[in-house]
Design a protein around this ligand. Sequence first.
Ligand code: AP5
Ligand code: MG
Length: 219
Amino acid sequence: MFIVLLGAPGSGKGTVGKIIAEDLKLAHISTGDLFRENLKNETELGKEAKQYMDKGELVPDEVTIKMLKERLNKADVENGAVLDGFPRTKNQAISLDNMLNQTKAKVDMALNIEVPFDEIVERIANRRSCRGCTEIYNVVFNPPKTEGICDKCGGELYQREDQKPEVVKNRLKVYSESAEELINYYENAKILYSAKAGDKVGKTSYDVAKDVEEYIKNK
Ligand code: AP5
Ligand code: MG
């Protein structure tokens, strides 16, 4: 089973994605995390991606699609995966369909997480990520037990490079430019599910994950 997560930067794709993947025993694949891992290991791919990530631009399709394809071939994807942050363009969506088609698999659900932009800016500013296991925290809504330390693995918590306000602004702009065509793509395929998830209005990440699991069960 393959579930794709759509939604603006900071909408909670990583947070919801980790819950769903664990509950449904699927791999959790975040293309952003894969790029950051490459950056940390100073690979050629990481160096190339950095130029775009630092500005909040999308990494070119051919680079991203090739990386995703390699990741999908790993053993832990046998039962399927939650794809967090891929696809981000219609071209990526079509490539994904073609890749999955080769093994007679398909995208079963596209979850679109909707959060008001003003709330997103605050969320991203309050986010801390684990350098070790990529766990996500929010210093206001979901703080770690010990400040600066990951509850799960004891790793160091940090603020991502692309959390700078001017980069976040551009990431939201880039998202707005491509969101509609992706939403339409999955709406036409009749597998789109939209959830309003905000702390002030709407659902928590656990509510959204429960909705997804219900949708999949009734499919
Ligand atoms: P990526 O790492 O995917 O970043 P993003 O899409 O900008 O999203 P984020 O990871 O910032 O947010 P999220 O939606 O995961 O939210 P989170 O769960 O952390 O991509 C980074 C870059 O890599 C891109 O800019 C691009 O350059 C490149 N890239 C990646 N994929 C690509 C692709 N396919 N093609 C081309 N380029 C690509 O939550 C945010 C905060 O909110 C946290 O603090 C969390 O605790 C909190 N929170 C979550 N849910 C809730 C809730 N319900 N209520 C209150 N707080 C909540
Ligand atoms: Mg994320």
